[in-house]
Design a protein around this ligand. Sequence first.
Ligand SMILES: Cc1cc2nc3c(=O)[nH]c(=O)nc-3n(C[C@H](O)[C@H](O)[C@H](O)COP(=O)(O)O)c2cc1C
Ligand code: SF4
Ligand code: SF4
Length: 258
Amino acid sequence: MLSGESMSKIIEIYFSPSKTTKKVVKQVAGNFDEITESYDLLSFNDEKEFANDDIAVVGMPVFAGRIPKTGRERLSKLKGNNAKAIAITNYGNAHVTDALLELVDLLRENNFDVIGAATTISHHSIFDGVAVGRPDSEDIKKINEFAEKCHEKIKLEKSLESKIPGNRPYVEYKQLPFKISCDESLCAFCYDCASICPENAILEEDPISTNLEKCSRCTACINICPEDARSFTGEAFESKKPEFEKANSERKEIEIYL
Ligand SMILES: Cc1cc2nc3c(=O)[nH]c(=O)nc-3n(C[C@H](O)[C@H](O)[C@H](O)COP(=O)(O)O)c2cc1C
Ligand code: SF4
Ligand code: SF4
């Protein structure tokens, strides 16, 4: 355990539809022994201000080279007041593109003092044959080393110095063309999917239908469904899957920026 001495709280902040970003954030935060507060941006959508001796560990998944639009909007409501921040974009072994740069820029705009940043790799939440089982024990070791280096920087009161890769303006938001369907014969009408959907794309009265105009393909509903009733379906998805899995089969590693 690493003690931040004068530091008051570790703030976990994440938008994590299939829960791997949450896992990475908790792994980093678990290396510090301050009191922990958590903000799950799938549900938390309020304004909040932090104190300058807080340390925020902020994780976002990569969605088409960006951080998720709704994650971005909700994170924008959290103000740092010069609190330290550790920025993490967690991706599915394909490409990070501009997501980490976007996250670091946004945290700085919101008055967080970013001290370290990393890209981590987790199981691809859409193409489930990519990065299977990650983060694995090798990843966890590297995540802990990253946390330790961040802790050192906090003690030395040093801000992030490394250049983060990516371009401004960031790559445009892209809506994936894949369909999400619900198998009515499996659905138990528990309404968990409608409750968790951050885009209000599933109606409480009718969890079988999904409003694909509103849906960001985030995967939260697939992940929460206790009956495995929800999944990606359709020709566009089925034909892309083998090609995508082959193209992204080579293992990528965590990159850290201090
Ligand atoms: C809509 C969408 C877009 C994605 N785009 C990318 C991408 O551009 N690059 C990549 O490597 N992974 C991409 N992924 C995979 C996720 O970044 C990855 O699985 C991440 O671990 C998901 O985090 P979560 O488990 O917290 O939801 C995408 C996933 C979704 C749902
Ligand atoms: S319906 Fe779409 S936006 Fe809503 S939880 Fe499911 S995948 Fe995410
Ligand atoms: S979470 Fe699954 S079982 Fe529950 S209402 Fe949604 S689709 Fe049906």
